[in-house]
Design a binder for this molecule. Structure first.
Ligand code: SF4
Ligand code: SF4
Ligand code: FES
Length: 327
């Protein structure tokens, strides 16, 4: 294996903004000789130390633990102290942009105001709620299996990469975002906790809760700790039903209708899904034009023509065995 250190000239287009003096952000180019040993944080340091001492960014641990150094390189969310330059050069070539997690929340260069992130966290009670015996006679042990049920949600470092890569957060200020859901799941899954229903009521509310996730999997893609937030969101969907806090609205009816269609036909009946989810005639009619186009193209069929899968028995057995929630 060739372990020799190589060097390459790379041009960085760096987002610059000082909210106290600049009306608009601008980009400044820096070309650096980058070695194959460097990570993105080395580049940020060199821009500051060798080119412009006013360049600002957050960092603390340099070991992927504190979550402070999260930024975007060519739009890809990275932890600067963990992301190797050689990998980015392989992906993007020798020209790349360096930007803060969220441009609209930039305070100075890479430093962003994460108030919305922490506000969402706070709303899901990201701590253990339990009656504590102040003078216990024995330890309150958690078994290995009970700890495994947290699905590593306790490893979240609150870096914000998932939150600021999430399209739903970008368009909806009320949406809690994947990191808050990871925190909600982490404590709901803890056997010592007693605030599950309170958290579910928060994360089940329209516009802010789990039902506004568009399932793009970006949070899973970007998480530097491999926590898989979308998996926790799916678990929370199930808990909403199993703990009887589901509201009767289009989102929950969509989930119920989806499962019922698969159980009935062994495949999805798109027309039935819309009828079931929307619930009332005026709301169903709002999909009329699209529905007619789909009918014409054979993407939906009238209810009496809906086929059934020739593997219906097998699919129904699979649905029964994989269902974790009673609707
Ligand atoms: S899967 Fe959901 S929570 Fe994750 S980034 Fe996409 S919309 Fe956001
Ligand atoms: S879930 Fe992952 S990406 Fe999101 S805040 Fe936690 S560590 Fe960062
Ligand atoms: S400096 Fe702490 S995670 Fe990068």
């Amino acid at each position: 294996m060739d372990n020799s250190i190589t060097t390459q000239a790379v041009t960085f287009d760096v987002f610059r903004f000082n909210s106290e003096t600049d009306y608009l952000p601008y980009y400044k180019k820096y070309t650096l000789e980058v070695t194959s040993e460097e990570v993105v944080l080395d580049i940020l340091n060199r821009i500051k130390w060798e080119h412009d001492g006013s360049f600002s960014y957050r960092r603390s641990c340099r070991h992927g633990i504190c979550g402070a150094c999260a930024i975007k390189v060519n739009g890809k969310g990275v932890l600067a102290c963990k992301e190797r330059m050689s990998d980015l050069i392989e992906l993007f070539g020798t020209s790349m942009s360096i930007e803060p997690l969220s441009e609209k929340r930039a305070i100075k260069d890479m430093i962003v105001d994460k108030a919305d992130f922490w506000d969402s966290h706070e709303k899901v009670k990201p701590y253990l709620v339990a009656q504590i015996d102040e003078s216990p006679e024995s330890e309150n042990l958690v078994s290995v299996e009970e700890h495994e049920a947290l699905l590593e949600a306790d490893l979240c470092i609150q870096c914000g990469l998932c939150h600021y890569s999430c399209p739903s957060v970008e368009i909806n200020d009320d949406y809690f975002g994947p990191a808050a859901f990871v925190a909600a799941y982490r404590f709901n899954a803890d056997v010592r906790d007693s605030a599950t229903v309170d958290r579910l009521e928060q994360i089940n509310a329209p516009a802010q809760g789990v039902w506004d996730c568009v399932k793009c999997f970006e949070c899973q893609e970007v998480c530097p700790k491999d926590i898989n937030p979308i998996e926790k969101i799916t678990k929370l969907h199930n808990m909403v039903f199993s703990e009887f806090v589901a509201l009767d609205n289009v989102a929950t009816r969509h989930a119920v209708g989806f499962a019922s269609s698969i159980r009935k036909h062994g495949m999805l009946d798109e027309g039935e899904l819309v009828r079931y989810s929307e619930g009332t005639i005026p709301m169903i009619l709002k999909h009329g034009v699209v529905g007619l186009k789909m009918l014409k193209k054979g993407k939906v069929v009238p209810p009496w023509k809906m086929p059934k899968s020739d593997k219906l028995d097998e699919i129904q057995a699979l649905v029964r065995s994989s269902s974790t929630a009673e609707f």
